[in-house]
Design a protein around this ligand. Sequence first.
Ligand code: FDA
Length: 307
Amino acid sequence: MRRLILAGAESAWLRQRAMRAPFVRHAVSRFMPGETMEEALEAAREIGARQGIGMLLTHLGENLASLSEAEAVTAHYLDLIDRVQAAGLDAQPSVKLTQLGLDLGSAECFRNVLALVERAESAGSMVWIDMESSPYVDPTLDIFRRLRERSPRVGVCLQAYLRRTASDLDALLPIGAAVRLVKGAYREPPSVAFPRKADVDEQYYQLARRFFDPALPPETFLGIGTHDERLVERIRTTAAAGGADRSRYEHEMLYGIQRPLQEKLVRARVPLRVLISYGEFWFPWFMRRLAERPANVVFVARSLLRG
Ligand code: FDA
């Protein structure tokens, strides 16, 4: 089922039809407060005020076809950083490098993301770099390392399902990197990614616990990007047992997913950030959310029946 839905995420035919269907748009609203920056900022303000937690903001889109589009996306994020600062919100942008021109030129992409990191640094914020499918891991980590040499205000996502991630972490921990650890959301062959969920979960835990080593550089930071309650509890127990400094890690979850767990962490005063996605190009992103949980397909089907 997961592989079938992820294959659908890559279909232009399906995208064109699904994006027009009212029942799909209704289902999407569960994971996304709106398509515009204003709607995302309003949701960030409301959740921030109600729960006292931080936000991550992503303008959806990937694999652009021209550098002028990538420059427009860069301008959009610069505006976002300014508006977040003006509104006094605790919200950090989370960006995809293919949306900033990675397919079209690594130098141009680097220039675009550097502009964002510099603006975020002067606003007292930071920029997170998402991780896309496996062919992008090397170019993404290369750009991350070059940015990290210039500023500590940048973090990168690593995917626990990839066989290579433990050795990527070997290289990133000594430089005091900020890393968001996730399980991974793309369709990957078994030669590249662990096919069994139990192996991915165990690898996630083993990677996460490495961040609680007190000998690491003080800037090292872990974003625990999972909604898996069992893993969340296991990592919390390890962090508490090792006396981990709460300023060096936070939990990160997606808007609309596992709300009871989010509320539980807020009540326990555990640092939490919620990622709000917005934008018109939501189809592949929405399909990845469906693939994460087969029950979501039932939810979409129910929306169809309700009309
Ligand atoms: P898992 O899939 O095991 O889910 C655990 C439980 O959470 C489920 O049993 C269910 O209750 C709930 N749940 C999870 N997903 C759900 C959904 N879609 N709908 C409803 N309930 C759901 N991936 C990537 O490849 N590159 C990236 O850059 C990012 N960035 C990113 C940022 C942040 C902040 C988060 C939280 C996640 C990502 N991801 C990502 C996505 C990630 O790889 C992964 O696909 C999802 O987080 C789902 O995996 P879990 O770790 O939540 O576990």
